[in-house]
Each structure stands twice: as structure tokens, then as C-alpha cells.
Design a protein around this ligand. Structure first.
Ligand SMILES: [Zn+2]
Length: 411
């Protein structure tokens, strides 16, 4: 397959050229002079496929999502590589427990990797991705306090642990507060980040802070990123991510979403001032990954019990175009949505270079997109961005050398 258009990578472009993909991998790139199978226009940008390192694909709760619908939602959003969190009804806590999951995704065009969970009494199992919830969230895998957590993480020297940072003690004290936002304030996240870095220093593990929702922790995180040993991929020993919902919505503007009562997640939305600072930090390159925390629940569930979490895979690329409209360069988007999260996965993804996976995502600036539920491929069939207009949309996704439009294969 030969694709021709304006190519963007974290380290070059946008620049007109061709990409050749053979047997699912990029073999050549440049002014190849070949006859293209897909020739794109001046207003389309060709990125390496987007890489989302924080998703909940719901194995065991297939009425919300399954690997096939998640894969279609990802392709619809230009996402070609993702990592799935372990908070399933039967959480995987050893590498061996992932065998069934790995078999279930082996034939999918999207690369799907997995986290194993940390819980009381777990031990390292030679896996690359571990996830720990510091306090109560969705599912059973969490610790009851810092001592509990320390008793487990002290065994994970040199491992990378992804941490959901909200201080469990503070959450317990605030459990009776009237609003979801008041039960989980920014201070709970700041405290938990400090605890995570203290434990990481003491026990020698690397940290990935999930869904950072405030910026007061940045100086502390940035100092630690300089201090800790980088990992084998060259990523700093401490990295962190931000989500589309924390970058876009806040207490004041949430009404722009048609389903604004569904905007409940952990950590919750923050004030407009906090959101502005988070966006400023992202645009300044101070946050490593754009990660969705894609967490589907059905419309019925969100209308009644309203469990925390929102689905975001379908809108990943379009949200990236919104970030570009806010001032992010195309190369910076490739850095934070492809290259850096690609390093984190440990796979050859996130670059337009020979030897990398044959994944591409095309953002089309001739197609502004007002998001509608019927445009989404996630099984839960809604989006927090319904009613929001993005300046561009993912027109084509190439995954492992196969072409997709709107989540469906073009043959
Ligand atoms: Zn999550």
C-alpha cells in the first residue's frame, strides 16, 4: 500500500511525500515516485496512527463494550494502538492471566496491549505495564491506605507503575459532600502525587501518573522526571498524561455538552481556571501523553446510577484537531499523541519510519465535525462531545496496512 499526502511525524513535517506499507509494516518513506493507492489533499494531514495508553475495554462487561466495538471506535478516531486497564470483573493480576485477552485481540488490526493490576499481595510478573488505584474507584483493585499500597509497591523495583492518584483518606473524609466534584477535590490528587513520588524514590519504581487534572503538581513531577532513571525506551522515569475531558470541559462550560449530566468521572471536572492552566501546560509541551481514559457505560446506566467514566475513542483525532486550533503544532500533536505514548507501549508504533507498524491517521480539515451519537462506533453509543463541533475529523485510518473509514474496513 502506498499513501501520498502531507506527512507529519514528531521529528519532521508537515511535508509532502509517500509512505509504503508492506505486510503490515512501513518499508519506505519519502519522495518515492510510486503510484499511490490513496492520494490525499493539501488540507489533510497524515499522522502515524494515534496511540492511547489509557482505555477500559470492558472484558467481562461486554454489554458496555467489547474488543471489536472498541477497535472500531478506535479506528473511527484514528487510534491504532491502545493499552487496556485491568479493572475487569476478574482483574488480571499476573502476566499469565492475560493469555485469554491476548488471544482475543490477536487478529484485530488495532494493536492492543494490557496492563496487569496491582492489588494487596500482588507481585511483579515480568510484564511491562502495571496499574494501581490508590483509592476507591470502579472495580475491586484498590488499596485502603498508603501503608497498604507501600507493602505491595516495595516489591516493584525498576517496574513502571501507572497510578490513579487520589488520596484515599481524603476521599473517605469527604464522602458526604453534596457534589461529586466536592468529594474528590484537586487537593486529593496533589497529595496522592506527592505520596506516589515519595514511594517511588524509596522503592525504586518508575511512575506514570494517570489523568492529571490540575497543574499544581507539575513542578514536583518535572523535578522527579529529571531525577529518576529513564526506562529502556528512553522515556523519563516519571511521565504523566491528560485527558480530552479535563482539557475541554469544566464546571462553567459543561452545559455545551448535550449530555452534560453524564460528565462524571474520576478525577472529576475542575474549575474553569484550573482547566485553563491544564490546557496551557499541554500546549506548552509539559504533559507527555494525550490519553482518553475511554470508559464506556450505557446510556441507561449513565441516566440512572451514573457510574464514573465517559467514552472517548471515537473522538480522539478530532479532539487533536481542536488542540491544534488552540495553538498546538501538528508536530507537537504527533509528539504527544503518537511518538511519546508509542515509546510507552514498548512497540514500534507512533513514528513514520521504516520498520514501524503500518499505522496512519488522516486528519481532514475540509471536514469540520459536529459530533452525533450515530457517528460513534463504541458499543455504548454516545459521546460526551455530542453537540460540540471540531475543526477536523479523521477521514481515513490505516491499521496494519488495512484501510478504514469511520471505523469500517474499505475493501
Ligand atoms: Zn481509567
Amino acid at each position: 500500500m502506498i499513501v501520498e499526502g502531507r506527512l507529519v511525524d514528531a521529528h519532521f513535517g508537515p511535508r509532502w511525500g509517500q509512505v509504503q506499507i508492506v505486510d503490515g509494516h512501513i518499508t519506505r518513506i519519502g519522495d518515492l515516485g510510486l503510484k499511490p493507492d490513496l492520494k490525499l489533499g493539501e488540507n489533510q494531514l497524515v499522522f502515524p496512527g494515534f496511540v492511547d495508553v489509557h482505555t477500559h475495554l470492558r472484558q467481562g462487561d461486554e454489554y458496555k463494550e467489547d474488543f471489536h466495538t472498541a477497535s472500531a471506535a478506535a479506528l473511527n478516531g484514528g487510534v491504532t494502538s491502545l493499552l487496556d486497564m485491568p479493572n475487569n470483573p476478574i482483574p488480571p493480576v499476573t502476566k499469565a492471566m492475560l493469555a485469554g485477552k491476548e488471544a482475543a485481540v490477536a487478529e484485530l488490526p488495532v494493536d492492543i496491549g494490557f496492563y496487569v493490576g496491582l492489588g494487596p499481595d500482588t507481585r511483579p510478573s515480568g510484564h511491562r505495564h502495571y496499574k494501581a488505584f490508590m483509592g476507591p474507584s470502579i472495580g475491586n483493585l484498590f488499596f485502603h491506605g498508603d501503608e497498604d499500597l507501600e507493602e505491595t509497591v516495595r516489591h516493584y523495583r525498576d517496574c513502571r507503575i501507572t497510578l490513579h492518584c487520589e488520596d484515599p483518606e481524603m476521599l473517605r473524609q469527604l464522602a458526604d459532600q453534596p457534589s461529586h466534584e466536592q468529594t474528590r477535590p484537586e487537593e486529593a490528587e496533589r497529595l496522592a502525587v506527592t505520596t506516589a513520588l515519595r514511594l517511588a524514590r524509596k522503592h525504586g519504581f518508575r511512575v506514570h501518573v494517570a489523568h492529571l487534572s490540575q497543574t499544581d503538581s507539575l513542578p514536583e513531577l518535572e523535578a522527579a522526571a529529571q531525577e529518576f532513571w529513564p526506562d529502556d525506551a528512553g522515556l523519563p522515569g516519571v511521565v504523566w498524561e491528560a485527558t480530552p475531558h479535563h482539557l475541554f470541559f469544566d464546571w462553567d462550560n459543561r452545559q455545551v455538552a448535550q449530555r452534560n449530566t453524564f460528565l462524571k468521572m474520576n478525577p472529576p471536572l475542575r474549575s474553569s481556571a484550573s482547566r485553563a492552566k491544564l490546557l496551557e501546560a499541554f500546549l506548552a509541551g509539559r504533559i507527555h501523553f494525550l490519553s482518553t481514559d475511554h470508559a464506556p457505560h450505557t446510556i441507561e446506566e449513565k441516566s440512572t446510577k451514573n457510574p464514573s467514566g465517559v467514552p472517548l475513542l471515537d473522538t480522539y483525532g478530532a479532539f487533536g484537531s481542536w488542540l491544534m486550533q488552540q495553538g498546538l503544532s501538528a508536530r507537537a500533536l504527533a509528539r504527544h499523541a503518537c511518538y511519546l505514548p508509542g515509546l510507552f507501549t514498548g512497540r514500534k508504533v507512533g513514528r513514520l519510519l521504516p520498520g514501524y507498524r503500518g499505522h496512519l491517521a488522516v486528519l481532514d480539515w475540509d471536514q469540520p465535525w459536529t459530533v452525533r451519537a450515530e457517528d460513534c462506533r463504541t458499543k455504548c453509543a454516545w459521546s460526551p462531545f455530542e453537540g460540540v463541533t471540531f475543526p477536523a475529523r479523521v477521514s481515513h485510518t490505516v491499521a496494519s496496512g488495512r484501510l478504514f473509514q469511520k471505523g469500517q474496513e474499505v475493501t
